[in-house]
Design a protein around this ligand. Sequence first.
Ligand code: KG4
Ligand code: ZN
Length: 376
Amino acid sequence: MKILAIETSCDETAVALIEATGDLNYPKFKVLNKVVHSQIEEHKEFGGVYPSLAKREHARNIVPVLSQCLKLKEGKNVLYKENEIKEILKREPDLFEATKKFLENNSKPEIDLIAVTSGPGLEPALWVGINFAKALSLEWQIPLIPVNHMEGHMSSVLLNTNQKIQFPALSLLISGGHTELVEIKKWNEYKILGKTRDDAVGESYDKVARILGFPYPGGPKISDLAQKFRKKEQKSIGIKFPRPMINSKDLDFSFSGLKTAVLYKTQELKKINDFKEEIAYEFEEAIVDVLLNKINKALKENDFKTLIVAGGVTANKHIKERILKISENKDLEILFPEKEDSTDNAQMIAVAGYLKSLIFEPKINPEIKAEGGLTY
Ligand code: KG4
Ligand code: ZN
């Protein structure tokens, strides 16, 4: 079946079209097209994602992104459901006009299902994607399924594996908004084993980057600096940061104290230019030590067959290399998404939507509520 997916939970407006076959044991996917419009430049001056700006940018870009992804034949159509669509998009009059024009000038695509992110994420941003997807579902009479963003990240590994996933699986989700350890009993049956009590891993990378004077999102910059320090084997001045909650009895995390330790160290050193690489290195080592410790603890507590690591922070090579080593003397399959599927995207939402559609019957224009909160 062909699935169109829409993702607007944070600062990426993403649309993808994929072909999905197979059952829950052995699903297969082929990405037919994918388009992402990033808002990073717009948010840079705020040092993070600014919700009302994100909403406005999604509303402005979603139609061009969809149109580029679908490349539909031009046609002249009369809108069947103009009044209902106007009602659905009543808070976004410009988006209504753009949607109307798009639907009038393009023929209906051959798609079997639409999937849209319903949360967690920024609520105003989520509503743009949800309402837009509802309008398409209604006009084209194509069923629509809401998808959890974190389920999307977990399922992103299915885009690049041909093997059957062995359950139960453990998933470590590390992104700008989340740090969670989740037990996957089977697709669509999850239990959160632990999560961050304050900052997410990506968020702490971004905050440390800001302390060191780099723009949002600073994760890649910090990992570059850390790598430079690692490679050069240059003299260390012995910077040490704490590994928060590394020995706690639970599987929760806390990273805000680590960021504060970085801040204090920069204040103590005053001239930090010569030490940025070592600070980044020691910060990254602290993060990985904590992540590895918690993964190992979870693996000891349960007989997991697979470890799925997903979310934007998996773009970090060092974190990936160290996590992959866990399986050296264990019978454990470790899966990561490709780099292009690791940060926010719509192909992962299509994958999760397909899995969900094999369990729940999707409906045309269903009731969907944006779930802004951080859990699911
Ligand atoms: O999953 P994602 O695209 O968005 C959320 O759902 O949050 O993750 C974005 C996060 C940002 O905090 C970014 O700094 C971080 O992932 N990130 C990295 C790297 N590349 C992206 N963090 C550390 N090292 C990287 N190489
Ligand atoms: Zn994400």
